[in-house]
Write a protein that binds this ligand. Structure first.
Ligand code: FPP
Length: 253
């Protein structure tokens, strides 16, 4: 998306903050949070859901347009099967406990990722959540679940290749817009800002295509400790960034 869609939002008596139109979050460090407290890793994931619920409320309050959270990566299948099934059940429980509240708050939910490997009841649940919130016009909560950026791009290539094979499209006419329309995130603007918690500084296959011009902020707190103070600190840092999108920036004109 060529132009900067971010808006300025003035915080009461506080300083003006630049609010990203689309915020991406890699919620990392649930396991370490739990281990540091002598708890099971799964308890860290339970606390992680609370931090996510809190972040959704913050995004509504501060008028973030889109929030994308990385909740299960296609690489997370390598974890012990009990942990994988726990995270799957967490999605079911999150939907059961929060769907009505999300609807009341005018939140639209999209769940992006591969459907491969998901059982039929989970696919029905995902379709149902998306359908029940499809007409909401407030925050768009994008849950990246069974998501991997490389697989998403490969799937997009397959979609376009099928159109070429069917004679609908010639290879010379393929452009970035067509690729974007074939991604799981079609119709969602690129993230302006991506946050990763727990001190790790990498993208780990999250929104590879979409992050081309995203700003990144890495913070040391583990995900369950992410609160409003962290959120504001990150936004303050983001507000200072000069986003040039390959150009020369406002200050140089
Ligand atoms: C990273 O912590 C977190 C995950 C793999 C995702 C877990 C799920 C949530 C935060 C809750 C939201 C989920 C849904 C389904 C709505 P980690 O386990 O990688 O932590 P570590 O790096 O310390 O081991």
């Amino acid at each position: 998306m060529g132009s900067d869609p971010a808006v300025k939002f003035s915080l009461g008596s506080g300083p003006g903050l630049r609010i990203p139109a689309h915020l991406g979050v890699i919620m990392d460090g649930n396991g370490r949070w739990a281990q540091a407290r002598g708890k099971r890793r799964t308890e860290g994931h339970v606390e992680g859901v609370k931090a996510l619920r809190n972040l959704v409320e913050l995004c509504i309050t501060y008028r973030v347009g889109y929030l994308t959270v990385f909740s299960f990566s296609s690489e997370n299948w390598a974890r012990p099967p009990e942990e994988v099934s726990f995270i799957f059940n967490l999605l079911r429980r999150f939907v059961a406990s929060d769907l009505q509240r999300l609807i009341r708050n005018n939140v639209r939910v999209r769940i992006v990722g591969s459907r491969n490997g998901l059982d039929a009841s989970l696919i029905r649940l995902i379709d149902d959540v998306e359908a029940q919130t499809a007409h909401n016009t407030g925050l768009v909560l994008v849950v990246a679940f069974n998501y991997g950026g490389k697989t998403e791009i490969v799937d997009a290539i397959k979609t376009l290749a099928r159109r070429v094979a069917d004679g609908e499209l010639s290879p010379e006419h393929i452009n970035a817009d067509m690729v974007e329309s074939a991604l799981y995130t079609a119709g969602i603007p690129d993230p302006d800002l991506i946050i990763r918690t727990s001190g790790e500084q990498r993208l780990s296959n999250f929104l590879l295509w979409q992050a081309a011009y995203s700003e990144f902020v890495f913070i040391p707190e583990n995900w369950p400790d992410f609160d409003e103070a962290c959120f504001l600190r990150v936004l303050e840092e983001y507000s200072l960034r000069d986003r040039r999108f390959g150009g020369i920036g406002a200050a140089a004109h």
